[in-house]
Design a protein around this ligand. Sequence first.
Ligand SMILES: Cc1cc2nc3c(=O)[nH]c(=O)nc-3n(C[C@H](O)[C@H](O)[C@H](O)COP(=O)(O)OP(=O)(O)OC[C@H]3O[C@@H](n4cnc5c(N)ncnc54)[C@H](O)[C@@H]3O)c2cc1C
Length: 475
Amino acid sequence: MADREIYDLCVIGAGPGGYVACVRAAQLGFKVVCIEKEPRLGGVCLNTGCIPSKALLDSSEYYRMTAGRLGEHGILVDKVELDLRAMMARKDQVVSDLCDNVRKLLEGNKIKVVQGHARILNRNSVEVSPGGDGKSGTAPSLIEAKSILLATGSEPVSLPGIPFDGSAIVSSTEALGFASVPEHLAIVGGGYIGLELGSVWNRLGSKVTVIEMLPTIASNLDGQIRRAFERSLARQGFTFRLQTRVLKARAEADEIQLVVEADGREEVIACDRLLVAVGRRPLTRGLGLEEAGVRMDPENGRVWVDEDYRTSVPSIYAIGDLIAGPMLAHKASAEGVAAVECMAGLSGEVNYDAIPAVVYTFPEVASVGLTEEEVHARGIEHNVGTYPFAGAGRARCMGETEGLVKIITHARTDRILGVHILGPRASDLIGEGVLAIECNMTSSAFARAVHGHPTLSEALHEAALAVKKCSIYAS
Ligand SMILES: Cc1cc2nc3c(=O)[nH]c(=O)nc-3n(C[C@H](O)[C@H](O)[C@H](O)COP(=O)(O)OP(=O)(O)OC[C@H]3O[C@@H](n4cnc5c(N)ncnc54)[C@H](O)[C@@H]3O)c2cc1C
């Protein structure tokens, strides 16, 4: 049955791309409807991604600290016990509170939310099957809108011949909710999702083995930072099997036999849980894209869009994990805002050179802009300034002195091209780097800005000074 209203915008998917786009559209006076197949709003980010993983990373870090590092602060704890159910319940509560907030946000902006599976019928109509999976038996409804925004996100990819079974061989979704601590968790894929979830379970007592086909983990990071990061994780107990290919897996009773190949030799790794974190693919299944004439990008298999986030069908737009670029929540949200502004005739845009990436391990890793390898590859003459957290008074007070800040600048203009941080609160500190790159700042301008003392941000200040060899505290 047709919903008689004609909306200005129909957004499909209520993840960080979709719900943020809805709010921006409402601010601009659009009449908006948002269709979400899941009962809870917030998408992968809130339900099975950023938020539950960070809740567990924070809890497991407190556990690790209490069990180990508190002693050096003079705090003696008799007995440290893990209540995994309580930790999981807290994580679920954090998720559910934030999902409720998204619903309130949409309601407060007078956005109509419809639960069901959306399928595009034509350039201005969407069919919604209630029940989320399109199989509920209830008649579908029809929604008409002047523009449609696709924000359906992505889903985990399994390895050929090693399907997810939901309990022993799992994706990140199930690894966020194990009912017991695995004895030996093998993780295929050394990207940020595998390393973050590996950190959670490593801190809670699992032996963790990361199997990666490439010669390094976290291959997008600046090489100097990455090498220090890898050493740090190895010290914490991670085992890395690099340049190693997984051939097959056999799940038998309580054990998984993982057959891998390295240096031309086959070998079996036995574990009790296997997390496959080898990447995600855009969620386009059942959306009716092909029938509607929405073109896919042959280079990366994602939905093709132009600079205004318009697909090959002019009234249909796409953002977030569905389209090219890093699969990150803040990138999806920025695109949601920009796409809606483009629809409204404003000049919405996203600066892809200034999108931060963070790995929430211990220490954290955060970066924005070009790595030293990328600068070399582009033949850009450059300068580098580094400063260790061991030299920052605040890091010493916290007892978290591992890591460094690295700033890369253009040799001629002194413009900051990249900021890379391994260390405490790198996730928050990188905001300074983002602003510096967004505002075309030079290292001299950055270094003129007075930073509070004693703060971790002083390490950034010193790294900026170090670009011109003027660091006050470097020995
Ligand atoms: C374990 C993990 C940790 C992560 N941690 C971080 C992090 O720390 N920082 C970060 O920036 N990113 C992180 N990410 C990535 C981040 O979650 C995604 O990049 C982000 O959620 C993408 O947003 P989106 O709006 O494009 O799509 P999604 O969040 O995937 O939302 C898409 C929504 O569309 C709905 N949908 C799909 N198809 C239909 C349909 N046909 N009809 C109706 N609704 C539909 C889905 O149910 C979903 O709710 C993490 C991901 C994972 C898996």
